[in-house]
Design a protein around this ligand. Structure first.
Ligand SMILES: *Cc1c(COP(=O)(O)O)cnc(C)c1O
Length: 505
């Protein structure tokens, strides 16, 4: 493998260059408003055959040594061990599972402490952050500021809980997450955690967080108080890199199980919201993984489906609340990283993002669109199709999937109808069906029996499907709430300051 470290990480908007991994992880977002990208990625190549005998942790070690340019192999080892080998995941040997159902493989990414794929990255990000703080000799307290559409919040709270030198505040759309997701967050322990419901949808919440990051006066004031803001959202490169690992791992699993020969191309279908997970798949493809298609699956909020079809990104449209809330997103932040890679033009990227901010839409030229369509294919599922897919997968194939995964599985059906492509395909399974037990139960069995509350449904689903409620969700209903704050979008900075005052006290 050859790596060209000359340019390290750069901002997609071109005003920052030569940033190292530790600097990018601490900063989260670039100062020019852009996202950090590894400028050396096209010089980075992994030989699949040489990865075949590696465990998940060994594979992670190899990839991180290439990407984390100023971390030592020993530091990386400590991070990987802390995340994947200390019993946080169901199986201490491997955090993910590959299962075949129907004619496709499901890559189950939800066997971590909060039952969603966000755990894959958020169990290791706190370790990256702690090491990055050492490398950069930061002597301020890090404040992790996070907007969540449901799953990131809990996974980040769980990952950063009681980590010395770091505090975390999570904002979520008050009526935009599932009952289980909300309860998971509100019951979070730890002296360094804070959870705030925001009156608005996810995009409002994410914009509120971005505003706090770019508020110079507020940031100066925080610096005086000894604080430094950072992010656990997928805009942080430290979130993205751990997601590259499981694309490689699932490929190696398919080879080991004789589903494919080493070197054969595969497709990945990815239930997409902020475009982080699927972008990690793109990075895997750029660095040598034989990927034929990355199939981008959206729910009724089909802004990305339209983008790949027409080349116009347009957020001026109705916003739908669906049963796959982690994908109820009209501004997919990580798309900016793809635009950077296909255009290689930071002025263009800056223009598009400015136009998006001002007018709510932008259009990429035909040549750029053609480049994206070489590998990406976009599709979507409405609520009826999602429910039908959950029911079919269980009734015909005895496999229980959550609504996000069902969106992806439906989009793969559409893809097959449209293309007749016979490439072996992996569907990324991003959440435990028990996180969305209400919808899953209703999709398969019809109305929920009277008198059952949101948490009783977990046991009902377990009994009806003969599957187990995951441990982290089993006694959730009985845990006391520890957070109860609600605010408007304009009050988000105020609640941050209140939290910091409490921490200082
Ligand atoms: C976050 C999330 C997604 C979307 O992932 P992105 O990286 O935001 O595209 C899909 N499914 C579930 C369950 C999630 O939590």
């Amino acid at each position: 493998m050859q790596i060209d470290y000359r340019d390290h990480y750069v901002s997609t908007r071109g005003r920052e260059q030569n940033i190292t991994a530790s600097q990018a992880i601490i900063a989260g977002l670039a100062k020019d408003g852009g996202l950090y990208v590894p400028s050396f990625i096209r010089n980075c190549h992994f030989d699949i055959q040489s990865l075949m005998s590696k465990t998940y942790s060994e594979l992670a070690q190899t990839l991180f040594e290439a990407f984390l340019d100023d971390f030592s192999p020993e530091q990386i080892k400590v991070c990987v061990h802390g995340a994947y080998q200390t019993g946080l995941f169901d199986d201490a040997k491997c955090p993910v599972k590959v299962q075949k159902a129907k004619d496709r493989y499901f890559l189950e990414l939800y066997h971590g402490p909060t039952c969603a794929f966000k755990d894959m990255a958020l169990t290791i990000l706190p370790h990256f952050m702690t090491k990055a703080v050492d490398i950069q000799n930061v002597n301020r307290e890090i404040i992790i500021l996070t907007a969540t559409s449901g799953d990131t919040g809990k996974a980040a709270l769980s990952g950063f809980c009681d980590v010395p030198g770091i505090d975390i505040i999570v904002y979520y759309p008050k009526d935009g997450v599932s009952a289980v997701q909300e309860k998971q967050m509100l019951t979070q322990g730890g002296k360094n955690t804070c959870v705030v419901g925001v009156r608005g949808n996810f995009d409002d919440t994410q914009n509120g967080v971005k505003k706090i990051f770019s508020d110079q006066a507020l940031n100066a004031k925080l610096e005086d108080q000894g604080f430094l803001l950072s992010s656990a959202n997928s805009i942080n490169i430290g979130r993205l890199l751990p997601q590259v690992v499981y694309y490689y791992y699932s490929y190696c699993e398919l080879v080991r199980n004789d589903a494919i020969q080493c070197g054969d191309p595969v497709n990945f279908v990815v239930p997409t919201g902020n475009f982080g997970d699927i972008l990690a798949g793109y990075y895997a493809a750029l660095t040598g993984l034989p990927v034929h298609r990355l199939i981008c699956a959206s729910n009724a909020n089909r802004v990305l489906t339209d983008f790949f079809e027409t080349g116009e990104y347009n957020r001026n449209r109705d916003f739908y609340k669906t049963m796959s809330p982690s994908m109820d997103i009209l501004i997919s932040s990580n798309l900016e990283r793809l635009l950077y890679d296909v255009s290689k033009d930071t002025d263009q990227v800056s223009d598009w993002m400015a136009t998006l901010q001002e007018d709510g839409h932008y259009t990429i030229p035909e040549a750029i669109k053609a480049k994206t369509r070489k590998i990406f294919w976009g599709g979507c599922a409405d609520e009826t199709q999602t429910a039908q897919t959950i029911a079919d997968m269980f009734k015909k194939h005895h496999y229980l999937i959550d609504p996000h995964t069902a969106v992806a599985s439906h989009v793969y059906d559409e893809y097959l109808k449209n293309t007749a492509d016979e490439t072996t395909t992996v569907v990324l399974s991003t959440a435990s069906p028990y996180k969305f037990a209400n919808h899953v139960y209703r999709s398969i069995f019809g109305e929920i029996p009277e008198g059952l509350n949101d948490f009783d449904v977990l046991s009902a689903l377990s009994a009806a499907t003969d599957t187990a409620v995951p441990k982290p969700l089993a006694d959730l209903a009985n845990r006391p709430n520890r957070h109860n704050q609600v605010c408007s979008v304009n009050e988000m900075d105020r609640s941050l300051q209140d939290f910091l005052t409490r921490i200082k006290a």
